[in-house]
Design a protein around this ligand. Structure first.
Ligand SMILES: [Fe+2]
Ligand SMILES: [Fe+2]
Length: 167
């Protein structure tokens, strides 16, 4: 059974959303690396790869359903190169929250229209719990380390890298 056209449009939009997220995290990684905040940059690179994986997984799903993805435009990230690392993570948390909102809306439509897509999206719903949890933890630690600064946070991410990136 083919995916209903209305749902396919929303799945394409989710692919574009995930690819946009990848661009945002890759841009943050570049800015952080320029400041030699090496582990914060590596963390953002890992996030960018994760977002690309989310997009690819959706693209593969569409071809498994005998359909194809139609890619949309990815806007250039609107980020300053000079804000603090903590501010990038505040942006990251809002990115993750809006992604969760999008997945939940997509899920509601899938549930009404297409049982296979409904079940497929379970993975994304749970993935977003993890994404918000980890980025939220880093934001909390930044908040508490306000006078210790970006260097301390870079060390924290170095020491906890595998856990934070789900390895
Ligand atoms: Fe994602
Ligand atoms: Fe994410």
């Amino acid at each position: 059974m083919r995916i209903p056209a209305e749902l396919l449009i929303l799945l394409d939009a989710q692919i574009t959303h995930e690819r946009t997220n990848a661009a945002i995290y890759a841009q943050m990684a570049s800015f952080l690396d320029a400041r030699s905040l090496v582990y914060l940059a590596k963390y953002m690179q890992s996030q960018a790869k994760g977002e690309q994986f989310h997009a690819d997984k959706l693209v593969n799903y569409l071809s498994d359903r005998d359909d194809y993805a139609t890619f949309g435009n990815i806007p250039a990230p609107e980020l300053s190169p000079t804000i603090s690392a903590a501010e990038y993570f505040t942006v990251a948390l809002s990115v993750e929250r809006s992604t969760t909102y999008g997945v939940v809306e997509l899920y509601r439509v899938a549930r009404a229209m297409d049982p296979q897509t409904e079940v497929f999206l379970h993975w994304y719903l749970i993935e977003q719990v993890e994404e918000e949890n980890v980025v939220g933890e880093i934001c909390d630690r930044f908040l508490r380390s306000a006078n210790l600064g970006d260097e301390w946070m870079d060390n924290f991410v170095r020491e906890n890298f595998d856990r934070l990136t789900g390895k």
